[in-house]
Design a protein around this ligand. Structure first.
Ligand SMILES: Cc1ncc(COP(=O)(O)O)c(C=O)c1O
Length: 396
């Protein structure tokens, strides 16, 4: 039997060093639980970074993927397939607005499509630069990285192909000053994810919509982390009652299968002409069947309601814990950061793991929780009961 330590050693020997050596080798999962290769059980409170919306090994997802892979696994974009059409139709029905869809394999790729739409839109309308938020995260390929506002992950890979101006996130006045009639597009997360699960002030996204509309710039909502029920809404931007020009999705959409989507509303959906963009695997029928199973299950099982109820229990439960290392909690739905008084998130992650919980040291002072949308009150209570001890161990 391969052990955790042995597998970590072999990983270190053969992989590039960009991920370091992850702490646990996971062997299998069931619902909100996973087991490592040593047979140790953990409650999964990070869900593959906000990906496993239905938890692990969900029978509907397993059935949909198994049925599709044994029927037809791939077509390429030379041909079309029914699952991709059904998925695009379903997404548009959930959005309730006329739009067009491009399917990709990841979030970064969805954003690359959005970048190309913004470039072409800019050329057509005589506009150049783009605007994005400081500390925002949009991916690590060169277009998406150009828009990523975190110096530690971007600076060593510049200069970048795009002219991007960065503004402080949540500051509507700064955004208004930055978006002129020369701006082609504004890229924003409705809540910043990788920066630390940071919601902006109420109304910020609505104001961003007004600023973009009056300047004629495209508003691109990067909902790769925030959509598919994570905040208790299908899409986080819906909470502010506005529609972006471009919407990008990935992560929770496939429930664990790789898929991304770039959706253009109105004119933005008409920017690409035949031959302008493509992907061999985009629209893959197995990934699309998985995404359809995710969307149908969220709907059928009322999981948006579960996110609201269980998310509130988790958030209020964390806020009620009194410990010198815990400052508070922020975020929406089942997408939260426990904020610390000291840069000890790595210690909290390690102590949580030791106690049987998987969480993510997102920032030095922020621990991310993004569990499956199916998590139960009783699982959340188990974590809340353990939290004081975890903080105590981390602070020792
Ligand atoms: C807001 C946002 N955009 C883009 C990405 C990149 O997505 P992917 O890792 O699927 O390429 C992420 C990933 O964390 C994200 O959170």
């Amino acid at each position: 039997m391969t052990t955790n330590d042995e597998l970590r050693g072999r990983f270190e020997a053969v992989f590039m060093r960009n991920y370091g050596v992850p702490p646990v080798a996971i062997a299998r999962g069931e619902g909100c639980a996973v087991w490592d290769v040593d047979g140790r059980r953990y409650l999964d409170l990070i869900g593959g970074i906000a990906v496993t919306s239905l938890g692990h090994n969900h029978p509907v997802l397993v059935e949909a993927v198994s049925r599709q892979v044994s029927t037809l696994a791939h077509t390429s974009n030379l041909f079309l397939n029914e699952p991709e059409v059904l998925l695009a139709e379903k997404l548009l029905a959930l959005l309730g607005e006329p739009a067009r869809v491009f399917l990709s394999n990841s979030g970064t790729e969805a954003n690359e499509a959005a970048v190309k739409i913004a470039i072409k839109y800019g050329k057509t309308h005589g506009r150049g630069y783009m605007v994005a938020a400081e500390n925002g995260f949009h991916g690590r390929t060169l277009g998406a990285l150009s828009l990523t506002g975190k110096p530690s992950i971007r600076d060593q890979f510049g200069p970048f192909p795009l002219d991007v101006r960065f503004v402080p996130y949540g500051d509507a006045d700064a955004l208004k000053n930055a978006v002129t009639e020369d701006c082609s597009a504004v890229f924003l997360e409705p809540t910043q994810g990788e920066a630390g699960v940071i919601p902006p002030p109420d109304g910020y996204f609505r104001t961003a919509r007004e600023i973009c509309s009056s300047a004629g710039a495209l508003l691109v909502a990067d909902e790769i982390q925030s959509a598919i029920g994570r905040t208790g809404h299908w899409f986080a931007h819906q909470a502010e009652g506005v529609v972006p020009d471009v919407l990008t999705l990935a992560k929770g959409l496939g429930g664990g299968m790789p898929i991304g989507a770039c959706i253009g509303f109105g004119e933005a959906g008409e920017v690409f002409a035949k031959g302008d963009h493509g992907s061999t695997f985009g629209g893959n029928p197995v990934s699309c069947a998985a995404a359809l199973a995710v969307l149908d299950t969220i709907e059928r099982d009322g999981l948006l309601g579960n996110v609201a109820t269980v998310g509130a229990l988790l958030s209020e439960g964390i806020a009620a814990v009194r410990h010198p290392l815990l400052k508070g909690v922020r975020g929406r739905g089942l997408w939260l950061a426990a904020v610390l008084t000291a840069p000890k998130s790595a210690q909290v992650q390690a102590a949580a793991q030791e106690a049987g919980f998987l969480v993510n040291a997102l920032q030095p002072d922020a621990v991310r929780l993004a569990p499956p949308l199916v998590i139960t009150e009783s699982d959340v209570q188990t974590f809340l009961d353990a939290l004081p001890g975890i903080l105590e161990a981390a602070d020792a």
